[in-house]
Design a protein around this ligand. Structure first.
Ligand code: GDG
Length: 473
């Protein structure tokens, strides 16, 4: 079979495997370990004048090829356009969007540099799979260099509706680059529909009855491919982890109190402040839980160079202090907020110990923690998942307690309901969720995308769309 070349902004090198949090790295690593291939991207290092060629290393079934960025590129491409423009916009946080033309130029230039370093490494029958919002125009840059290989793209974060997308200066440039791919994958049907709306309403393209798209003088395929986890692997990890020192310590510290667990990258899309407010409301409106439940929030630091992330940290510090000072007793504090990264095994154990998993992002492409919490449960005594309707996972995990994270009272009621839910109902809900998590796992995601990509009927230029211009251009 032809070689698969995975491209993501950040490559998780073998030397740093255990240390990093983040859904994309977790999923790619698990899948590449199994199938083998080349993983290309940024090394995570900056250099004064980086070599244009990729440095390569092989470990097991994976070849790694990485390039360094300059400090200015890191600032403009990563902290700037990717994380201060695209990330907030695609998570519907218009108030946080910062647009600087210089950053946009750097973003495009870095994508061109990725293409220039990758193109010489490609063999004629390689299949290229590009990941995520940092690399939206990369397929177009590769085409400009004459790359004719099959190219797929998967968006890990939500694709907003056209009204929101249209806010973005330079949208046409990005989308033309994206549409140079042969297959574009999204997490949910909703994201896919938003893409179709863009094609029809903004680019005067056509969506055929079979879901293929004619746009910008190309025909391509698009689909929803909900990402999953290694469900069996995570379940086994969780079962073993409960005897780990971290987990034993957590359990002993709890005594007879119940545990609500929340695990996130420290990101404003994850709804951590709303969650703390919900916990506060729970203790206010259901005083019977005072002294009887702990909310443990693990928040792995992320993107701390970006101002909005520093603001978020301050906000979370303030809120956890407020709730704790209002409700703590000499022997108990309601919220334990741990702004650090834990080993994956410990997280699996924490999930298994917890009676409630609180996954309440304000917006999330999928949210793998929701699936990990489900997989970690003891089938004989499973916990309850509280899940935001705005996580992609909610489209699949309908047996969770689905909440609107902006509705603090509703979230507090869901916490109360989860903490008091009878075993029979817990089992019934968990079995339904686990069936989905097991069926729609990371292998299914990987195989369904790569199979469709290998078979994609690449017909660039056959059916020109009516216009090459965006309505908003
Ligand atoms: C993006 C999209 C989409 C968290 N803390 C630690 C740690 N983690 C792990 C979790 C989980 C992963 O990181 C986070 O994945 P999520 O899916 O929840 O969120 P994002 O990082 O925002 O991922 C998201 C995903 O891509 C995949 O497509 O689902 O919507 O935003 O696996 O367990 N891992 C370790 N220590 C921590 O402290 N080791």
């Amino acid at each position: 079979m032809s070689r698969l070349v995975v491209v993501s902004n950040r490559v998780s090198l073998p030397s740093e495997r255990a240390a990093r949090a983040g859904g994309l790295a977790v999923a790619i690593r698990e899948a590449l370990d199994r199938h083998g291939g080349l993983w290309f991207g940024w090394s995570g290092e900056t250099a004064e004048s980086p070599d244009g060629h990729a440095a390569t290393v092989t470990k097991g079934r994976i070849d790694y090829a990485v390039i360094d960025l300059t400090e200015a590129e890191f600032e403009g491409f990563y902290n700037g356009y990717a994380n201060s423009t695209l990330w907030p916009l695609f998570h519907y946080r218009l108030g946080l969007v910062k647009f600087q033309r210089a950053d946009f130029k750097t973003y495009l230039a870095v994508n061109a540099r990725f293409a220039a370093a990758l193109a010489p490494l490609l063999r004629p029958d390689d299949v290229v799979w590009i990941h995520d919002y940092q690399l939206l125009p990369l397929a177009g840059e590769l085409r400009k260099l004459g790359v004719t290989n099959r190219i797929g793209f998967f968006l890990h974060i939500p694709l907003p509706g056209v009204d929101t997308l249209a806010v973005l200066p330079g949208l046409g440039t990005l989308m033309r680059g994206l549409i140079a791919a042969d297959l574009i994958g999204f997490q949910t049907e909703r994201d896919l529909q938003n893409f179709y709306d863009f094609v029809r309403q903004e680019a005067s393209g056509t969506v055929h009855a079979d879901g293929t798209v004619a746009c910008f003088d190309r025909e391509l395929e698009a689909g929803a491919f909900p990402i999953g986890i290694d469900a069996q692997g995570f379940a086994a990890l969780a079962e073993k982890a409960v005897t780990q020192p971290d987990c034993v310590q957590l359990k002993e510290g709890l005594g007879t109190r119940k545990l609500m667990i929340a695990i996130d990258r420290l990101d404003y899309s994850k709804g951590i402040p709303n969650r703390f407010e919900a916990c506060e409301e729970l203790l206010r409106s259901h005083p019977e839980h005072r002294g009887r439940v702990d909310l443990v929030q693990i928040a792995s630091p992320s993107r701390s160079e970006v101002a909005s992330y520093r603001d978020l940290r301050r906000e979370i510090d303030r809120l956890s202090g407020r709730v704790n000072s209002a409700f703590s007793e000499l022997h108990w504090a309601p919220i334990r907020y741990l702004a650090r990264t834990y080993p994956r095994k410990s997280l699996a154990g924490f999930c298994r110990i917890a009676q409630v998993g609180v996954v309440t992002p304000l917006r999330d492409g999928m949210n793998l923690v929701a699936k990990e919490y489900v997989a970690a449960q003891d089938p004989e005594d499973p916990g309850v998942l509280i899940l935001s309707r705005f996580a992609g996972a909610a489209a699949q995990l309908s047996s969770a307690l689905i909440v609107n994270p902006f509705d603090v009272d509703q979230c507090a009621e869901a916490m109360h309901r989860a903490l008091t839910m009878p075993l029979a109902e817990r089992k019934e809900r968990w079995q339904a969720a686990m069936a989905v998590v097991g069926r729609s796992d990371v292998r299914t995601w990987w195989t369904s995308f790569t199979t469709r990509l290998r078979n994609a009927d690449s017909r660039a230029g056959i059916t020109p769309s009516r216009s090459l211009a965006l309505r908003s251009d």
